[in-house]
Design a protein around this ligand. Sequence first.
Ligand SMILES: [Ca+2]
Length: 79
Amino acid sequence: MPRQRLSADMCLEAGVASVVLTEYKVKVYTGNRDDAGTDADVYITLYGDSGHCGETSLDLSWHDDFEAGSCVSFHLLNI
Ligand SMILES: [Ca+2]
């Protein structure tokens, strides 16, 4: 299963003095019905006690994400 680790810098908001980063594993299951897959850009925003990581693209390089019947894991850091 392909994995991607996003940098902490991508998840830090300006003005936050100190943060505790938590790593999350997000698994996206795409159904296997006709036309269930997508080539659209897919984003996620994770919220924590100190803020949020902002809109983060779920996209693995050199991998056709969100095909019908697939499961893709993404590793994200959140504050
Ligand atoms: Ca991709």
